[in-house]
Design a protein around this ligand. Structure first.
Ligand SMILES: [Zn+2]
Length: 573
């Protein structure tokens, strides 16, 4: 199965190895990138990439593809399932869906875009088995899942009493039990408050009963994250997300982690906090009537603080399905559009909600939302601090990434979209005054290299140096002919996608179906600390959970292709 490949004559964009459009050969053997001298020219298959763009495989730091929320979306929206029907072939399973596609086609579609690694960002611990089951049915890509921990009762209790060591031991246990990759925080404290029919209004608003504030939760979890030396930083969906005037709260959120000493097992990431789909957290005004973009203020902060990274959550005009663990947000959204909705609490841990949504070009609010994500991308100077996402499917489905790439690379493409939006857009945003155009080198950074670094995966992902996994994409895009239409077309259908050294996509079609690995972290805690913590949580399980503690951890069989990352955290005591 393992072949030797040699990719010649391509224009290679590999930011982590500082290769900017140069004609260099990429040699592949046994699923890894190797020196060209390591392969046998008589046996290697040669791909001639003349006039084509070569990049590492795409990495998506935040995309809702599997588990409770997306599955509830499929149930809620059979009309979405009726679109995007794809028949079975001799190679592929059938599937359907536009904003909430079924599992198999999700893998195929990402692979056709040239993506090879995906992060499912919202795994409720109690529903972790279901998340892993669906990830197992998502072919073509390596995956990780982030464990929702920002509204967990035990976390709140430990942080309130200042028991950081026990909190670290508990989170180590949770990541092991759920086979999760990092700490996800959604509306810290607000989702728990929602169980009491309330929400938190700012960073100093205490959570009912626990009396801990969102700022204390964020600060505490960032400290614990670094005590455990996790590969990724805390991954944060801010409070008051999607609410006019929330940008100041977002600036305050960045500040909560500024004294966390970054300490990753992989030693590559530079951020102490990643704020996800920041577009939804960069709003000015105090109502939908005077709503404006404050992307400039967020970008200025990011430019001054290398310890912060964000991803976009770029809005795509059109129909989609919103879904988040932020229950109160979805409840409010349903009040705006009066469509069908789901809201749910998940005992002791988190919550969730879903509402279908249409981002209308004729609506001034939706039009300004479109500008906010692009402004963030264009005003943040260092592309290693900002990543391309749509918070799939919240601001739009991932199949639209090529369109966003064309907007980033072409002022002309942006302006022609801007003309089709509401006439107030230009008054409330500065997008029309920005002439920056991304280079292919910068595109390679915001879609793969930067994301791999932020995730602590850049030893094997996001680059084409010797020793990296042989995950790459070749696009039929001549860097000397970057017309906007060419850009969108080329990034929509990879000429080749190569996964672990196997050609899986050719000319935009799946030619081989493969199964990716699941990475998860397993921090080892010293025995005494672990015992003390377990005594506490045994009581919690017995008193409050509807499942027994023995039935809580995900068994190994749920992760058949497992990449366990062991971390020695026995220094915590
Ligand atoms: Zn999300």
């Amino acid at each position: 199965m393992m072949t030797q490949l040699l990719i010649k004559n391509g224009c290679v964009y590999d930011p982590l190895n500082k290769i900017n459009g140069e004609n260099v050969s990429v040699a592949i053997k046994d699923g890894k990138i190797v020196e060209e001298s390591q392969i046998n020219p008589a046996e290697a298959k040669v791909i001639d990439a003349t006039d084509k763009t070569v990049m590492p495989g795409g990495v998506d730091i935040h995309t809702h593809i599997c588990g409770y929320a997306i599955n509830a979306g499929r149930l809620l929206r059979p009309e979405d399932g009726h679109s995007g029907l794809e028949p079975r072939t001799s190679l592929r399973r059938s599937g359907s869906g536009f904003s909430v596609p079924s599992t198999f086609v999700t893998g195929y579609r990402y692979s056709i875009l040239g993506y090879t690694t995906l992060c499912e960002p919202a795994m409720p611990p109690l529903l972790a088995r279901h998340t892993h089951e669906e990830l197992n049915d998502t072919p073509m890509v390596d995956t990780v899942a982030f464990t929702l921990l920002g509204n967990n009762w035990t976390v709140a209790q430990y942080l309130k009493t200042g028991e950081y060591q026990k909190c670290a031991a508990f989170i180590a246990w949770m990541l092991r039990a759920t086979k999760g990759y990092s700490i996800k925080i959604v509306n810290p404290g607000g989702v728990e408050a929602w169980a009491w029919r309330s929400n938190v209004k700012d960073l100093s608003d205490p959570v009912p009963y626990f009396n801990i504030t969102p700022a204390e939760l964020l600060h505490g979890l960032s400290i614990v994250n670094e005590m455990l030396r996790l590969p990724h930083s805390i991954h944060v969906h801010t409070n008051q997300l999607g609410v006019p005037g929330n940008y100041e709260l977002t600036l305050g959120t960045f500040e909560t982690t500024k004294d966390a000493k970054i300490n990753s097992i992989k030693g590559t990431r530079k951020q102490s906090i990643h704020v996800t789909h920041a577009q939804f957290s960069a709003y000015g005004g105090d109502s939908w009537n005077n709503f404006t973009s404050k992307a400039d203020a967020i970008a200025k902060y990011v430019n001054d603080h290398p310890n912060v990274t964000i991803d976009l959550g770029q809005v795509i005009p059109g129909e989609t399905t919103t879904m988040t663990a932020d229950g109160p947000l979805e409840y409010n959204l349903r009040g705006l559009n009066h469509l069908k909705w789901i809201n749910q609490g998940i005992e002791l841990e988190t919550g969730g909600g879903l509402v279908p949504f249409v981002y209308s070009r004729l609506n001034p609010v939706n039009s300004v939302q479109w500008t906010v994500g692009l402004e963030l991308a264009l005003l943040i100077q260092n592309p290693f601090q900002v990543y391309l996402t749509t918070d799939h499917p919240n601001a739009g489905p991932f199949i639209r990434y090529p369109r966003i790439i064309s907007w980033l690379m072409s002022e002309q493409a942006r302006n022609s979209q801007l003309k089709r939006l509401h006439r107030l857009t230009n008054k409330r945003s500065i997008i029309g005054t920005i002439d920056r155009e991304y280079s292919l080198f910068e595109i390679a950074t915001v879609t793969r290299a930067g994301q791999a670094v932020a995730l602590g995966m850049s030893d094997t992902k996001g680059h084409l140096g010797v020793g990296a996994d042989a995950d790459l994409a070749i696009y039929d895009l001549d860097p000397n002919n970057l017309a906007p239409d060419n850009i969108e077309k080329a990034f929509s259908h990879a000429a080749y996608t190569i996964k672990d050294g196997v050609i899986v996509v050719k000319n935009g079609e799946i030619v081989q179906v493969t199964q990716g690995k699941r990475s998860w972290v397993n921090p080892q805690i010293n025995d005494n600390l672990e015992k003390t913590m377990l005594r506490d949580i045994r009581r919690t399980f017995a008193r409050f959970y509807t499942v027994t503690m023995a039935n809580f951890p995900v068994q190994d069989m749920y992760v058949p292709l497992s990449n366990e990352i062991q971390i020695d955290a026995t220094h915590i005591s």
